[in-house]
Design a protein around this ligand. Sequence first.
Ligand SMILES: NC(=O)c1ccc[n+]([C@@H]2O[C@H](COP(=O)([O-])OP(=O)(O)OC[C@H]3O[C@@H](n4cnc5c(N)ncnc54)[C@H](OP(=O)(O)O)[C@@H]3O)[C@@H](O)[C@H]2O)c1
Length: 194
Amino acid sequence: MRKLTYYIACSIDGFIGDPEGDATSMFAFVNEEFLEFVKTEYPEMLPTQGRRMMGIDDLENRRFDTVVQGRGSYQLGLDAGLPSPYNHLREIVASRTLEESPHPNVELVSGDLVARIRELKAEDSPYGIYLCGGSTIAGQLLDEIDELVIKTYPQVYGSGMPMFGTGFSVTDFTLESVRTLENGILVRTYSRKR
Ligand SMILES: NC(=O)c1ccc[n+]([C@@H]2O[C@H](COP(=O)([O-])OP(=O)(O)OC[C@H]3O[C@@H](n4cnc5c(N)ncnc54)[C@H](OP(=O)(O)O)[C@@H]3O)[C@@H](O)[C@H]2O)c1
């Protein structure tokens, strides 16, 4: 089985954005060191347009070949005229309201989302699956998540959109690595305890 990895940016108090999901305050921390980190470790997590701007369009994928987004998160790209924001990956978008896919690279899932994720995980591939978010589908897919890569920014939000839009329950993870960037971003990687 290949892994489903939730790679997400959050505040110190664990919010992935303001109550509407806006996390633009975190953009202030994007500097040379951060971009180098993403470029060397997670180049496929950058949207295609960002990769183009950085001149790393043709970098091979390192860890993932598929990205999963909820329509809420996907809508941000759509509104910006980017119907295939991760064109270098296979794109899966969960939606019950989009009637047809806005782009040939995007597969819509309107039925059983957990079942579709299990099918994807069962595929034979050396690459994993990147769960991009947002909160709602991360909450629904918590049981399927095998790895967390959490980028914590040195800001307190007080309230906002939670990392997992779900009810209270305890799920154990094992800390695998911690990387500290000079500007105070902390990148923690956890694997799921099964
Ligand atoms: N900080 C970060 O790193 C980060 C990363 C990603 C996203 N975000 C933020 O997260 C926010 C979006 O999160 P969100 O929780 O509002 O939305 P979301 O999880 O991205 O998407 C929710 C949508 O997914 C669809 N959906 C949910 N469950 C489904 C199911 N079982 N089957 C089929 N479709 C399903 C529905 O779309 P329909 O309404 O079309 O049915 C639902 O409205 C954005 O504001 C974004 O900025 C932050």
